[in-house]
Design a protein around this ligand. Structure first.
Ligand code: URA
Length: 264
């Protein structure tokens, strides 16, 4: 007679099966339980996940759904990247860019930073904000109590303009539909536009940064705040205080604890 697992283990197995179903895995087969195995560690291999040990503290179905969503978002982002291909849609492809800088971070991020365009370091590495301004952005994110892996970082355009010039309007228009698709996939709770180019492109307004920052905007149903670009803050560190106010506004909205002062 096969042993019937106790109710707790049965429930754990049912939860695990639901978890696999959420991931789109339906085929299972049973392997006999070896005598030496503890009752709390029943193996439940599937055709895809062989030899998966099933501990009793298995993820709750909600976690499973979140995992599946994260996987969906990751593959949706991959599709957008594939659609971009080795892009030649605008002149920047012929003006010395080394590679496309797609965006980086958590596909499930609640917070997304959008800046202007890759610089030399980013063009070299294929990742946004990896140079000096990137170090400052990383510190800003840390001051919010987050890490780069918690947020998503992208730019209005994905190729470095020659000599780091400001992107032309038609370059933004050609490239930004891909960013819009990234936003639609990630569905952040809040977007922070870093600097005038990002703010003006996303909000289609023409106003000085001092007027744009410090308040919330609606961007296609997502809350959007504007603050200074980290590269600008490197040139004018006095504006860090105002930037911190903007970030605190965002933190409050995301339910993040707001310390009086950012950590050094
Ligand atoms: N400046 C930007 O606007 N984006 C980057 O990725 C790096 C520097």
């Amino acid at each position: 007679m096969p042993e019937t697992p106790d109710p707790q283990v049965r429930k754990a197995i049912a939860d695990r099966i639901r978890y696999y179903h959420d991931l789109g895995i339906y085929d299972f087969y049973r392997r006999p339980i070896e005598k030496s195995q503890p009752a709390s560690a029943v193996t439940l291999p599937s055709t895809i996940l062989d030899d998966t040990e099933v501990p009793t503290d298995m993820p709750k179905p909600r976690t499973a759904v979140a995992t599946a969503k994260a996987a969906d978002r990751e593959s949706d982002l991959r599709l957008i990247r594939e659609d971009i291909g080795d892009c030649t849609r605008c002149r920047l492809s012929k003006q010395g860019r080394k590679q496309i800088v797609f965006g980086v971070g958590n596909p499930n991020a609640e917070l997304m930073f959008i800046a202007e365009a890759p610089g030399a370091d980013e063009d070299e590495r294929g990742e946004p904000f990896v140079g000096r301004a990137g170090q400052l952005l990383t510190n800003m994110i840390k001051a919010m109590g987050l890490g780069r892996e918690d947020v998503y970082i992208a730019n209005i355009i994905k190729c470095r303009p020659p000599g780091n010039r400001t992107p032309e309007r038609d370059e933004c228009e050609t490239c930004s539909p891909f960013l819009m698709r990234q936003i639609e996939v990630i569905k952040p709770k809040a977007i922070v536009a870093l600097g005038a180019v990002a703010a003006k492109t996303l909000l289609a307004v023409n106003a000085p940064m001092s007027e744009l920052r410090g308040k919330w905007y609606d961007f296609r149903g997502t809350k959007l705040a504007v603050t200074y670009h980290p590269a600008f803050l490197l040139r004018d560190p006095r504006q860090k205080k105002e930037t911190w106010k903007d970030l605190q506004m965002v933190m409050k909205d995301l339910g993040l604890p707001v310390p009086e002062k950012p950590q050094e």
